[in-house]
Structure formats: C-alpha cells, structure tokens
Design a protein around this ligand. Structure first.
Ligand SMILES: [Mn+2]
Length: 395
C-alpha cells in the first residue's frame, strides 16, 4: 500500500540567460512551468525541492514573478513545497551570513512553501518526516555533518517514513576533493529517500523497487554545456516517488518536452576541407536533434586556419541554417589555447567573464560587474570586495 507520493525536483536556475540570450532565459522559465503542469497532473501529496530554484540570489523582479506564479498554482492545488536554498539561491547578507529569496516566497505563500534550514530543519507532512538543510560550503562541512547526525538521531527517535533534502556535492557523483559529503555517510542516516540537488545530471534509478536511494533530480534545463551529452541520453526533468508502507521506494522519471535541444560539435580543423566536414556533421546532427524547439548549435573548434576562413564558415552556416536553429555559437581556439575567433550572436559580459576566469575569480568579477551595472559606486564595491576577501581568508 502506498503511504505517500511526492515529487522531487531541483536546479531550475530561473533567470539564467545563457549566451546572453533572452530566449534561453525563457527556456528556463518554460521548463519550470512544465514541471508545475505535470506536477498538477500527478497530484502528489507534496513536493521536495533540492535547491537552485534561482540562478542568482538577486533574481530580476520578472523572474521572481515566474517562481511565485508557478508555486502559487501548486499551493492552490493544495500541494506544499519543501525547499532548501542552493548555492545559487544564496548570497551575502549585510552584517554577515547568507540569505536568499526563499523566505520571501515562504511568507507570500503562507505555509504552502517551506524554506527548510538550520533555523527549522524538520517538518511533518501527514505521516512523513521531511528534513532539509541549505547548501553548506566545504569549509563548513563539519557543521553540516554535525547537523545531519542530529537529524538522523531525530529520525530514529520518531520512526516512520522520512525524506532528507540537501543541495550538496556528494561523492562519488562528485570527486572526493570537491565533495562535502560521502554517499554512504548520507545513506547511513537511515532516511527512506535522500533528495539531492547541485549535480545537474540526474540519477537514473537502478531498478524498480529501492531502499533508501540517494538521488539527484538533475537540472530542469541545460545549465552548462557539459550536461549536453547525458541530457541527450537521460533527458531532463524530475521524479515522482512512491513510499510504500514497508519502506520500499518506487521512482518514476518524468521528462520535460520544453527543454531546448542542443547540437554540440567539438572538432579539430586545419583546412577549409575540415570545415566542410564539420558543416556536414552539424547538418546531420541537426536532422537527428528532435525536440519541440529550434536547437541551439554550439561549435567548439581547435583551429589552425585564419579568422577570415572562420568567419566565412560561420556565415555560410548561418545562411544555411538561419531559421532552423535558435542561434549558432562558434568558438575557435588556436594552437596553444589562444582564441583566434569567435562568432556569436550576443554574449553577455557575465558569459565572457565565465569563459575567461574560473571559480571564485569568476564569481568575484561577475559580482563587481553586477554592482557596477546597478550603479553602485567605489565605496560600496570596495565593501563588497572586503567582505569577499574576509570570507576567502576564513575559508
Ligand atoms: Mn545548480
């Protein structure tokens, strides 16, 4: 007998404007809306959301509205959403600590949206205990593990069915040196289902009936190019989960139709002949792309020719494909990693910074760009850098 049925979703990254394209921002909103539609059809007892609802801790007002309207539809259908903040949802709070938009949504949705955190990590929905903590960075992993042990103890004390919701890098999905937690430690806490976010490739359930699975729902759209190959095989979407009285778990995979198809071609090119071969490859992959939207074409070349040759190639492809694709984005790297040419419709400064820099440096550069583009002046930007530096030194 089924005791409870819920939906597990994560990493919607609302507001992400990939390649600076407004169409890509709309794609992320549409994937989220399709998740809402399908969830209304499923009519689960509740939803767990494992973080990164937003792409930024400062979403634009229209992006907040997309989130609010979708969540309100679930609320009106009597479906409560239990959410934790992901690293993208979180930003610095003046005076210390981290904050997100989730408390605002919780207040606006009057109990139908629950922001699980260190302040309130446990809730009960019917007979099911739901525990969750926000993203906790690696340098605070000891605090996270302590809090998890306490939640595991509380679960044992109460008994009954239980779900744990987290947004973390868990080994072995993530290599040990970048992970905050190990899967077997998480599994040992004894929850019937562990709903994870952060890794954007979804976990494919290993069988029909499971015990205590530790599962990434995956992102609902393609956030990073490296997700493309697995998205082609496994799709993008969310899970519905049935909890049986005896502790068995049955998962069902739901794919989203609105996800933008990608044609990704990485190749070496030394001559115009090679470019011709690559052009044919793009055309045949485009024929096989499928999907309900015009594909995004992404070509990454290691290239020995001239920038003129590359531009001719890009123009020819553009003329040929024009209305069959959303956009063609070609980057070419010369010998030694030097960029010899880039042909792209419109790229945001954030995208360029992301390509140029890595990790903390990219985040800091984007933060400074954002502050400057919001009209912040020297002193305020300086304060932000000081806060960043203080955190970096502590970490
Ligand atoms: Mn994410």
């Amino acid at each position: 007998m089924t005791l409870a049925r819920f939906v597990h979703v994560a990493d919607n990254h609302l507001g992400r404007r990939q390649y600076g394209l407004i169409e890509r921002e709309a794609d992320f909103a549409e994937a989220f809306q399709e998740f809402v539609e399908k969830t209304l059809e499923i009519r689960p007892d509740f939803v767990v959301h494992s973080g990164d609802l937003f792409d930024s801790h400062r979403p634009y007002p229209h992006v907040m509205l997309v989130a609010f309207q979708g969540l309100r539809r679930l609320a009106e259908a009597g479906i409560r959403v239990y959410c934790v903040a992901g690293n993208h949802d979180l930003g610095p709070r003046p005076g210390g600590g981290r904050g997100s938009q989730l408390p605002l949504l919780a207040a606006a949705l009057d109990g139908w949206f629950v922001d699980l955190g260190y302040h309130r990590p446990l809730m009960e929905e019917g007979d099911v205990l739901i525990a969750g903590l926000p993203y906790t960075p690696r340098q605070e992993a000891p605090d996270l593990r302590r809090a998890l042990r306490a939640l595991g103890g509380e679960r044992r004390r109460r008994g009954g069915r239980s779900v744990l919701v987290l947004h973390q890098a868990v080994e072995p999905a993530v290599p040990r040196f970048r992970a905050e937690l190990r899967r077997r430690d998480v599994a040992a806490l004894g929850f019937d289902y562990v709903a994870l976010g952060h890794v954007h490739d979804r976990t494919i359930p290993a069988g029909e009936v499971l015990r205590g699975p530790v599962v990434y729902a995956g992102s609902t759209e393609i956030v990073e190019e490296r997700e493309i190959p697995r998205a082609k095989v496994n799709g993008k979407g969310f899970f519905s989960v049935e909890m049986e009285e005896g502790g068995e778990i049955r998962m069902e995979k739901w794919d989203l139709r609105s996800v933008r198809p990608f044609v990704l071609v990485r190749d070496d090119a030394e001559s115009e002949g090679d470019l011709e071969r690559i052009r044919e490859r793009v055309l045949s992959e485009l024929d096989a792309a499928g999907g309900s939207k015009r594909p995004m074409v992404r070509i990454r070349l290691r290239f020995r020719g001239s920038p003129e040759e590359l531009r001719r190639f890009e123009r020819k492809l553009g003329d040929e494909l024009g209305d069959r694709v959303l956009r063609i984005h070609v980057t070419a790297e010369g010998v030694g990693g030097r960029t010899v040419g880039e042909a792209v419709s419109s790229v945001s400064p954030e995208e360029i910074l992301e390509e140029m820099l890595e990790g903390d440096a990219a985040s800091l550069a984007k933060e400074i760009y954002r502050l400057a583009s919001e009209g912040k002046r020297g002193g305020e930007i300086q304060e932000e850098i000081d806060r960043w530096f203080a955190r970096w030194v502590r970490g």
